[in-house]
Design a protein around this ligand. Sequence first.
Ligand code: SF4
Length: 540
Amino acid sequence: MERESLEVDVVVVGAGPAGLSFAIQLAQNAASRNDELGILVLDKAEEIGHHQLSGAVMDPRAILEMFPLAAEEGFPIQAKVKDDALLWLSRDGKKTFSGALCPPQFRNHGNWITSVNWMVKWLAEKAEALGVEVYPGFAAAKLLRNEQGAVVGVRTVDQGRNKAGEEKANFQPGMDICARLTVLAEGTRGSLAKQLIADEKLEKDANPQIWGVGIKEIWEVEHPLEGTVLHTGGWPLEKSHYGGGWIYGLPQNQLSIGFVMGMDHGNAAFDYHAKMQEWKTHPFLQDLLRGGKLVRYGAKTVPEGGLFSMPRCWGDGFLMIGDSAGHMNAARLKGLHLALKSGMLGADAAMDALAQTAEGPARKQALARVDALFQSSWAYQELWKVRNVRQGFQKGFWSGSLAAGLATLSGGKLPGGKKPLQTDHELYQPGRKTQPKPNFDNALTFDKLTDVYHSGSVHEEDQPCHLVVLDANLCQTKCSQEFANPCQHFCPAAVYEWEDSQLKINASNCVHCKTCDIADPYQNINWVVPEGGGPVYTDM
Ligand code: SF4
């Protein structure tokens, strides 16, 4: 099959905060050396920002390093945080911890509430102004390797195949993008990153990565809370379950609300979407949302393992950055500043590596410098201080609280050593547990299909299913007997249904959260990039 190919110096997979900060910093580095580099950024979304949902609180440290005048240059600050608190919820009540009583990791004064959707558009414009090519609508489906095994680029997904994989009249083979350096910035549980981590055994010396699932909704409400940042703990999660909620006050009477839940809870019947809906039935949330209207819905997994769960992020011809490499501080519920910083550090290492190799893939010995750059950065210091906190919560609430308290009191010196973690999917307890589902009233709480409608997610129906079940027999036998098919519960978009003991996959609903790829007890689901489509988060 004839394929078009394109040669560039660097291809970046993913136009999120990490990928774009990498591209910007590398272009700036090259310009300062009077060097010219061909840098191409690909993104699977049809338009930049379509897969990035609004409403996050960002520590501005990294963006101000890159653009000291970001605020004056139009960076989309929706509000500066002027009020924050932690609310500890019981079924009908709450305790408020504010001011000096608010735990340090939940203090947000000085941070910015931003729309990630607008933020990546702003970054993409900055990158393009520096000569970076940014191509939305191009999903990278495969890594290209040379005979020596070095990564030498990516192949984009074929367009125009039918469900059976046959070529349709509009078939167009994917393009080979050949590059001296391939940078994976795919975000959480990237499909190429997953393959690369396995092939190169990049997690060999690390704890396994563990994850949380975040369910987010944007609401228009009657009572504005602009500039207020609230986090919640406690109800409705069981005490042993790591997670909590957020309420961020946006301008124009909008709220970003959401609930993030660790995936190491062990209950095969756990339904993340239903738990988030239940959280909204707390009297405090009901008051907040009464008379309001749901405008957007989204879901996303987040890597929670922290410093010790980071894979090696470099090798011959490649770097991994951002969520793909585990740059996320679960204790602060923040990753944007770390994603930006990891892109910047990666770019510094990449510049030297590319300069040392006039032809052929950038060498791993040179790219490995990114480790030293990271270890001497504030990003490493921040993650080092909480390096054993999440592990504590895997042993239960009190153990986790003790770890968090010790870390705060000792400035991160304690708990020492390297505490282990167990993989999420290994923790499922066999048996048919159930989780009561709320009655969705279509005013405060919504079923999955209504929520999917609010994500705007859509995919061409006649294309190969991008949710590849590796062994269908396993679903009907072992998984059914041991765990009663958790996929029908954990997917927040009603993609997996069981009808007459048959698995039905409604792939078009998928909101690209990657939960199934992580949470399946037998790792029997492989999420691969579809031809296009996915959620459409516009102008929010
Ligand atoms: Fe998320 Fe998988 Fe469901 Fe898609 S199919 S929404 S990636 S759990």
